[in-house]
Design a protein around this ligand. Structure first.
Ligand SMILES: [Zn+2]
Ligand SMILES: [Zn+2]
Length: 365
C-alpha cells in the first residue's frame, strides 16, 4: 500500500483513500501466518514468565503468540499491574518477524448465565468472570465496547457449553469470531458444528492452552491470512475470520467463494464458484502431500470432494447455494484418522428471511 501522507487532507479525498484501503484484498495478496492464540504463565495458573513464552515461540519460528492468563481474582499473580507488564513484554518482543499479543481468558465455571471459557485478545483491560454480576452476556457486551481491535474465541468447547451457545444477538455475533477446533492437541469438532448451527459465525483455530512453555514444541497451529505481519493486521484478520486450524505446522490454506475470501458473508448468491488453494512447503515429505479436499455445508456434510496427490493444489468447483455456510476439510497423506486442516466458513445470507419460521438465524435471548 502506498503512503498517503503527502496527499492533501481533503474530506472527499480521504474518504476515497479509506474506501480503497478497505477494498477486499485478492486471494494472492494474503500470506499465511502461523501461531498460537492461548497460553498461561506464572501470572495465573501457568509456569514461566511472559518473556519466556514469547522468546521460546519466537525462537521456534512462530509468527505470532498470545498470552491469555485467567483473569480471575483467585490468582494472586493476576493484577492490573501484571496485565500491563504482559502488554509491555508483548510490545518488546514484537518486530517485523514476530507478533506478541496480550489478552486474557474469561473463565466462567459456575457463575450465573452459563459456563464456558473464552479468550479475548489485544484488549487494554480485562473482565473477571467471578466479578459481581458478571456472566456470559455481560462479557459479550463488554467486548462490543472495546476501543482496540480485539478478537475472541470459544475455548476447549463442547456441544452444550456457553449455555448451549445462547445469548446470541447480531452485535454479539460479531464479537466472537474464532472457535478452538483444536485445543491442547485434542479435537473439539462436534461443538464447532453446534455453534455454527446456532448461528454463531465462528472460524476454526488451534490453541495450545499451555500452562507453561511445554506445548510450544507441538505442531498444530492457527493459520491467519493477512497481507503483512503486524499486530493490527493480525487482529483485523481474526475479526474478519480469515483464520483456519491445522495439525500441520505450515500447511497453507485459502478457501474462496465467488471471489470472496473465507470468513466472508455472501448476500443471496444465485450460484457458487468455490476455489480451494492448499500447499505444503515440505515437498520432500510424502506424508505432507494433499490427499483429499472436501467442501462441506450444513452440519459438515460433504457437497463436493476430490482426491489429489500433490503438495500444491488449486481446485475450482461449483454448487448451488443451499446451505447457510460452507467450509473446507483438507486431508493429507500421513493423517488417516481425520482432516489435517479446517478452513473458516463462508456464510450465505438469504435476502429475505422468512419471518414465519423465525427467519434469520439470530437467536434473541
Ligand atoms: Zn480454559
Ligand atoms: Zn486456558
Amino acid at each position: 500500500m502506498k503512503s498517503t501522507s503527502h496527499l492533501p487532507r481533503l474530506g472527499a479525498f480521504a474518504a476515497l483513500i479509506a474506501l480503497l484501503s478497505c477494498a477486499p484484498a485478492l486471494a494472492e495478496d494474503y500470506n499465511c501466518y502461523f501461531g498460537n492464540t492461548h497460553a498461561h504463565t506464572t501470572y495465573s495458573d501457568g509456569k514461566q514468565m511472559p518473556s519466556d513464552h514469547y522468546s521460546m515461540a519466537k525462537a521456534a519460528g512462530y509468527d505470532f503468540y498470545a498470552i491469555t492468563n485467567h483473569a480471575l481474582a483467585k490468582y494472586k499473580g493476576f493484577t492490573q499491574e501484571s496485565y500491563e507488564a504482559t502488554k509491555k513484554e508483548a510490545d518488546k518482543f514484537t518486530d517485523a518477524a514476530f507478533v506478541a499479543i496480550c489478552g486474557f481468558e474469561f473463565s466462567e465455571n459456575d457463575g450465573p448465565g452459563g459456563t464456558g471459557h473464552l479468550c479475548a485478545l489485544n484488549t487494554t483491560g480485562y473482565l473477571d468472570a467471578t466479578g459481581n454480576e458478571v456472566n456470559l452476556p455481560v462479557f459479550y457486551d463488554w467486548l462490543t465496547k472495546q476501543k482496540t481491535t480485539v478478537a475472541a474465541s470459544f475455548n476447549h468447547p463442547g456441544v452444550n457449553t456457553y449455555d448451549s451457545y445462547g445469548y446470541l444477538t447480531a452485535s454479539r455475533r460479531e464479537e466472537v469470531q474464532m472457535y478452538e477446533v483444536i485445543n491442547s492437541g485434542k479435537p473439539h469438532y462436534e461443538g464447532f458444528i453446534a455453534a455454527l448451527e446456532k448461528g454463531w459465525r465462528v472460524a476454526p483455530i488451534a490453541a495450545e492452552d499451555g500452562h507453561g512453555t511445554g506445548r510450544i514444541k507441538d505442531t498444530y497451529r492457527t493459520g491467519v491470512l493477512a497481507t503483512s505481519l503486524t499486530r493490527e493486521n493480525l487482529m483485523q484478520a481474526m475479526r474478519a475470520r480469515r483464520v483456519y486450524c491445522t495439525w500441520d505446522k505450515n500447511l497453507r490454506l485459502q478457501f474462496i467463494a465467488n471471489g470472496r475470501i473465507m470468513g466472508s458473508v455472501l448476500a443471496s448468491p444465485t450460484s457458487l464458484e468455490f476455489t480451494v488453494i492448499v500447499s505444503d512447503p515440505d515437498t520432500s515429505d510424502a506424508g505432507d502431500a494433499i490427499a483429499k479436499i472436501e467442501i462441506v455445508g450444513k452440519k459438515g456434510a460433504a457437497v463436493a470432494s476430490k482426491e489429489f496427490a500433490s503438495h500444491e493444489v488449486k481446485w475450482t468447483t461449483t454448487c448451488e447455494p443451499k446451505d447457510d455456510y460452507y467450509f473446507v476439510k483438507v486431508y493429507t497423506a500421513d493423517k488417516t484418522d481425520g482432516p489435517t486442516a479446517y478452513s473458516a466458513p463462508i456464510w450465505i445470507e438469504k435476502a429475505q428471511p422468512d419471518s414465519s419460521t423465525g427467519g434469520n438465524d439470530v437467536q434473541k435471548n
